[in-house]
Design a protein around this ligand. Sequence first.
Ligand code: MTE
Ligand code: HPA
Ligand code: MOS
Length: 748
Amino acid sequence: MKNIDSKGHVTGKSIYLDDIPTIQGTLYAAVYSSPSAHGIIQSVDYSKALALFGVEKILTFDDIKGENQIGGIFPDEELLAEKEVHFQGQPIAVVIAKSESIAFKARKLIEIDILEKEVIIDAREAQKKGQLIMPPRIFKSGNLDLAWSVCEYIFEGRASSNGQEHLYLETQGAYAIPLENGNIKISSSTQGPTAVQRAAAKVLDVGMHNIEVDVVRLGGGFGGKEDQATPWAIMAAMGVQILNKPVKLILSRMDDMKMTGKRHPYDSDYKIGLSKDFKILAYEVHFYQNAGAAADLSPAVLGRTLFHATNAYHIPNTRLTAYSCKTNLPPNTAFRGFGGPQGMFVIEAALAHAAKKLKISTHILQKKNLLKTGDEFPYGQIAEGVVLNKLWSDLDSKFDLKAVENRIHNFNQENTYSKKGFSLMPIAFGISFTKTPMNQARALVHIYSDGTVGISTGAVEMGQGVNTKMLQIAASSFGIHPNKVKLETTNTTRVANTSPTAASATADLNGKALLKACTALLERLKNSVAIKFDVNIDNVSFENDLVYIDNVPTEMTWEQLVDQAFLERVCLTENGHYATPIINFDMETQKGHPFAYHVFGLALTEVTVDCLRGTYEFDAVKIIHDFGKSMNPSVDMGQIEGGLVQGMGWMTLEEIRYNKEGRLLSNTLSAYKIPDIYAVPKEIIVYPVETEGSEMAILKSKAVGEPPLMYGIGAYFAIDKAVMAFNPNAKLEMSAPFTAEKVLMGLY
Ligand code: MTE
Ligand code: HPA
Ligand code: MOS
């Protein structure tokens, strides 16, 4: 089935936040933020801004009726700064005016006096000074000290990866409107409608029942709207609370880049020990996560780094220590992979380092240490359904790794100023929210009396195609044509207490809840048929909009059946609830079974480096991916291609830079480059491997949202190889992104 949104997107008819028709009298908001990365506010002068014609109100912390607090995990983040500011771009006030342009004009007239304090932008420096978001978190397995003593080879080094701007096409925003009796409806571009509702109620000092949050769809989220859509929604709602008029707040691209957090940069020290026959025996890492100025989701992101520190390899003895370091940058947040990619980059860097020293190909080490079913992860879960060795041999038989290696070797012999490199990138990514209670969802299904169906779930459509999957589940359950099914907006009054659309688990969680609701309705309808035809309920089924008995179509249509059931006063509405079974985690021992299952895959990346310019082009990326039993191959293929290219961007082109004063330098699309049509690999081949899937995956169709991003890590190590082919003595730091500038410095 095609993505149900494709027509709307291509014709421009799909509705995003800014397309929602505005109500007469709507006011517009602009956020005034700190020009300083750290300091004490001495005074703010709003008088000139307030005097501007059309300015209705400037909201500050003084206007907050409830708590000035939006921290999701720790209460350490003010909505609007009171005394101290902790990063450039931290919101201080909200100008509300008759038009957007007046609001922006007024914002420029605000004058502030700040007593500057010391600015820290580096994670290690923060850690040295004791600036931590929380105590370090440590995973341990086996006996590391003993293991070092039996290692034949030990290598130590440092690896760092930079942040990444989400660059969702639709910037952050919200539109809040007053309802009667002080109730407020917020349309928000959020992955977490309940997060917005809960935080808004707290700040406005009202009950969650007074706030309705509605989401049509997002023009991308990528994690950036899991937590960080919340402040803008609350600001708009505060405007409604005080002025009793609709308020719209949409960030400009530059405000969005400056005010919101990004993927966490990490700097890490690793030590890896191998046996004589290249088995990894021991691995120790210290991860320094740059959290920014508040916790936001950093503690959970840090956890996922630890969970994925050994990627797709079995390592029996580990000690993994992670520091979440508080700096004067915007609070960094969820980004596709959620800290997993940062952990995986380090083990890949360690293996590449070891291979260089041992003068062997990295893939020999990778293959030798691939995870197998029955192996234990450092956090105690036993790996199940591992197909990595099969994927490896499939890839080898399709593309002949030896031939690839020879072809590249020959090319490099024949060419002086053009060098090729290749890499392999296996992945193992855990599916489930690492916080067990978040793994639950609900779905509300109405069968209308004419036989059409309306579905509400907690899932937010953000381009990943989850609505299409939900529609498929309902249509196939009832055996009716998909055009009889409508996906409603995601709304907190229809589906409450939702987890955000995140962790790649949305289709699994909401799909399972939906399936339960549909199954309950089916039972009632089958019962109605069974009585009428005097047959057993098990003999009844629905297909092609008809009632079947003993797999033979009857005269009775789906519509007639629904009509009959309604007249019999059968309930045609159902709420399904699902909570993932089995999973658990003990924070005391740091052991458990946090993931429902893992997704596996393998990518082969080939690059050509121009050794005069330092530029590079990717010749091909060939992927073998474990889909389980994909319920929608074209949607899933789209996720693989998009995730891959986004990951490659993080590893190559995308360079976030702040100056020492904590000012974002890469704050425009001219200074921050993401992959475009010219930067993508010339060839992307994705071979779907159909595996058993998992009972906990929806219809055994494995989650696909985040895992493919990590194929992009292969890009880094392919470039590394090509540079070494030109200059075998290159002193290359393991520091992503591998920009053309870094390539050039490596070449010469
Ligand atoms: N794909 C598109 N087109 N747009 C997005 O914002 N977000 C990614 C991924 N794929 C995203 C996307 C992220 S970060 C996650 S966690 C998953 O989609 C969330 O959706 P899912 O749980 O339905 O896979
Ligand atoms: N993944 C994504 N988002 C999350 C998670 C997670 O594991 N935990 C909390 N938010
Ligand atoms: Mo995705 S980073 O879990 O929103």
